[in-house]
Design a protein around this ligand. Structure first.
Ligand code: ZN
Length: 487
């Protein structure tokens, strides 16, 4: 993020509650706490897709006997890949004719290749000059009609960080390029990449809904797959016009979700500008900071931006009623939470105190951990609490926490879009909303929604997949699309 044109007072909120005590909130106690309905919020532990904690087993089947992987060392990632290959051939055998006007589907004639340091380059698809050209990568080679992947580094690292199903999603993405080859689809790289993500999403929809897939995935695997796709993004600040652009994380996750929800026929229609990529360049000093403001500055400015945005936008949503300003937010130490409605708030690290209209946030652990994902991870967390407040002021409580969460995420996306550089061409707007998005900020918003939550959050608030979709809806369609949003 970058600050707008006017330097506002910084650190006005940094009061005595910033004193660190270093004791984290006991997770069991968090779950045992029964929140009363004056408080809404999240408890956190980054379990999903944050690297490390992935233990899911989406398939226990042995590799299908009719799938031959050249260079197979019998590794676990190749077992998953072989199951994906059998599944993808089944899926595309039916989906390709249905999508491409009855044309017959042919499996990749050049087969499947697992690559490691000892592979002979001359035996690999597209005959790389040097093995290092293909290590840490996966690719489809059109001239050989073959798919290859690094079984030594890339796939085990993805599986460790995002679960075994991420391995299958990479194979499905490369398969998307094979489909493009069959369909003679030729567009700039960013369109090719987003369409391949879309085709991968279409297959994952089949996995989760058909009942005849070799994989069994739940919301957790789906969230991990999304986090994996997010990790394939271009470096923030890359241009969508770059001939090698693959899309930002926001774009790629969006294309995957479109394929999942609308199917391969929608992916087929992708072209330049549809979907539009949200990639833009760093401005000014931003490129040196990689677009990250200081944590305390971000805490302060995000609230100022949210206050201004909702004062402007709320009347149009409420039939003309004015926005009731929020009280000063309350940062607190883990052992010293503030009170809400006369009671000390235990069990929440981030919450909205509804009767007193303030956001409370724990600063010993929660905010620093979010900041590690980037400054807008903090902004997005605060944005979700304002999103809950918007619903309260609209006097339209949805009646269940999952819907309230999704609408809050959607309102967060709407606020984020108001900070896109393209929406701030008028300097007065830039000044009023205090902050301007940097490349990578939308990705940080998605990442925090996907990963900054515990299993109990997932049960209460629904899958990360739906939260990311709601956030995207807000970015793409604005706050009006959030008011009646349902899961
Ligand atoms: Zn690709």
């Amino acid at each position: 993020m970058r600050r707008g044109l006017v330097a506002a007072a910084v650190a006005a909120l940094a009061g005595p509650t910033l004193a660190a005590c270093g004791v984290s909130v006991d997770h069991d106690r968090l779950q045992a706490a029964s929140p009363d309905d004056t408080v809404a919020g999240d408890d956190f532990s980054p379990e999903v897709g944050a690297g490390g904690g992935a233990t899911s087993t989406p398939t226990t089947l042995p590799p299908p006997t009719d799938v031959v992987i050249q260079g197979d060392t019998g590794s676990e990632v190749n077992r998953v890949a072989a199951n994906a290959i059998a599944d993808l051939n089944t899926f595309w055998g039916a989906t390709y004719p249905a999508t491409f006007d009855g044309a017959a589907y042919q499996p990749p004639a050049g087969g499947y290749h697992a690559v490691d340091r000892n592979s002979r380059p001359s035996t690999l698809p597209c005959q790389p000059y040097d093995i290092n050209q293909v290590l840490h990568n996966a690719y489809f080679c059109p001239s050989d009609d073959a798919i290859a992947w690094d079984e030594e580094f890339l796939m085990p690292e993805l599986a460790a960080g995002y679960g075994d199903f991420a391995v299958a999603v990479v194979i499905a993405h490369e398969w998307g390029h094979a489909i493009q080859h069959r369909a003679a689809f030729d567009q700039p790289t960013v369109v090719m990449e987003l369409q391949a993500d879309c085709y991968a999403g279409a297959w994952v929809q089949y996995v989760s809904k058909s009942g005849s897939s070799r994989f069994e995935i739940g919301t957790r695997e789906l969230d991990e797959a999304l986090a994996g796709v997010l990790s394939f993004r271009d470096s923030p600040g890359a241009s969508a016009e770059d001939p090698n652009a693959h899309g930002s994380g926001f774009d790629r996750v969006g294309a995957f979700q479109v394929g999942y929800e609308e199917g391969a026929g929608r992916c087929r229609a992708f072209t330049v500008g549809d979907p539009r990529p949200y990639q833009f360049q760093f401005e000014g000093d931003d490129r040196y900071t990689q677009g990250d403001m200081l944590q305390e500055e971000m805490e302060d400015q995000a609230f100022r931006s949210l206050d201004a945005y909702w004062a402007d936008v709320f009347p149009a949503l409420s039939g003309g009623r004015a926005w009731e300003p929020m009280a000063e937010p309350r940062p607190f130490g883990a052992d010293d939470p503030p009170s809400c409605n006369g009671q000390q708030v235990t069990g929440y690290r981030l919450f909205l105190c509804v009767p007193e209209r303030y956001v409370g946030y724990e600063v010993d652990e929660t905010i620093p951990r979010a900041y590690e994902m980037g400054d807008f991870a903090i902004g997005a967390l605060f944005g979700t609490q304002y999103g809950l407040e918007v619903q309260d002021q609209l006097q339209k409580p949805p009646g269940d926490e999952i819907t309230a969460t999704l609408r809050g995420d959607c309102f967060t996306g709407a606020w984020a879009a108001a900070m896109l550089p393209e929406r701030q061409l008028d300097p007065a707007v830039r000044e009023r909303y205090v902050l301007t998005l940097s490349p990578g900020d939308l990705d940080e918003g998605i990442r925090v929604l996907l990963s900054f939550r515990s299993e109990s959050d997932r049960e209460r608030q629904g899958p990360g997949f739906a939260r990311v979709r709601a956030f995207r809806t807000g970015v793409l369609s604005g706050p009006g699309a959030c008011v009646d949003l349902t899961a």
